[in-house]
Design a protein around this ligand. Sequence first.
Ligand code: NAD
Length: 498
Amino acid sequence: MKTIEHWIGGTFTAGTSTRRGRVLDPARGEQTGDVLLATSQDVDEAVRTARVAAAGWAETSTSRRTKVLFSFREIVNARAEEIARVITAEHGKVLSDALGEVQRGLEVVEFACGIPQLLKGEYSDQVSTDVDLFAFRQPLGVVAGITPFNFPAMVPMWMFPIAIACGNAFVLKPSERDPSTSNLLAEMWKEAGLPDGVFNVVHGDKEAVDALLDHPDVAAISFVGSTPIAKYIHERGTANGKRIQALGGAKNHAIVLPDADLDFATDHLTAAAFGSAGERCMAISATVAVGGAGDRLVEVLDAKARAIKVGPGLDPASEMGPVVTAEARDRIVGFIGSGEEQGAKVTVDGRDLVVPGHENGFFVGPTVIDQVGTDMDVYTNEIFGPVLSVLRADTVDEAIALINANPYGNGTAVFTNDGGAARRFMRGVQVGMIGINVPVPVPMAFYSFGGWKDSLFGDRHIHGPEGVSFYTRGKVVTARWPHIGGSAGASLDMPTAQ
Ligand code: NAD
């Protein structure tokens, strides 16, 4: 059984950890490794190493930094399948989906390759006589990322390519449930020529997270995970004077209008609800059928949900893999039961699914629950599993009001052929990312990703231009080069332009 160590200063280290976490193969329900859980001393070692490296890296020219990024891009691209296999082994998602997440992460690296352009400042000539004014941005120093289990490559890659391109050193604290991907990416950074100490990985749990939140040399933290932890990270981090962006959980609704192409809508809804076993922060977990769309929608959805092939992620025939742990499976199964008890109708039931040859795997089949009410536990909680709830609304405005009453605001979508209704929806929902006939509207890397309300704490979205802004701070310089023999022209009054 392998032991997964930290990566500090360009090398693996066991640090001072004595506690360990279990790493599992969700398709078999078996332990495959142990991950070391960092002490605050280990975190301090990583941050001090990063601080030394950050000083040199910030002085490295943007063209040299760009060369390292291009190199990293080539390595990740060439070894994408190897990364995907590591993801599938510990997360459980099917290999093609794991490859998709590597691809989405690569897009952020490609965006960050344009860092010289992205960091271009502003210059105003002769704002006063012989005076020029200019603005530029500088890195923060040591920044950290704390990431969830569900995208072990993509979510860290939303953060570190941009942070590093901007001239910071990075300390990553990935999920302890699927930690190996981060170590593989760390080795790839080294191969790409990144100086040791600019990218570090500390594995761990709350102890490591708290040590990062309290460390005086960590200037900023990007967090992605569940809402209660996001809120905690934001509160404790900002209380310690850090810049924080903390992305939380979600309950993403898709509304289906009666004029929508039902076949198209149900194909996409099925993919959005059950892809990655529903363990995506942008998964559609609630569908709102508007007007008379409901009964026929459920009928078609049910047939498509039943047709999904569930199996181990490494089997090319599988379309959906297991969920991440036995606890996750039990929690999901519990919510399906509570929906039934509270009066909803389970029209497709994934609770008793058994995958032959993988009887101990953490499988739950695609599940559709109709007649869900907004007061039911199945609706008020983020289930984070392959469960699609169906609700009904009489009008588009009623559907918009229902979405706006939900505390989350990550993503949402509308299926319709009516441009006017789509526009009203797009403008009216209090949600950060909106799809029009696109159910998983994850923006491309050159835009920023982020939700509203309980889906994001902090004022900056992740990656894209807001990522560059998050990982840098601005300076504005007012400059004058006096002529020899010119008049001093100084006065004790407040300086004004002349
Ligand atoms: P999680 O909140 O349990 O864990 C996220 C990170 O926080 C991990 O690194 C974990 O070690 C750490 N952590 C957990 N408990 C902690 C505690 N008590 N104190 C300090 N740190 C702690 O989330 P998860 O289960 O790994 O991931 C699933 C969640 O992430 C879902 O809620 C999902 O919606 C959310 N998510 C959101 C986005 C987004 O973009 N908004 C993207 C992906 C996942």
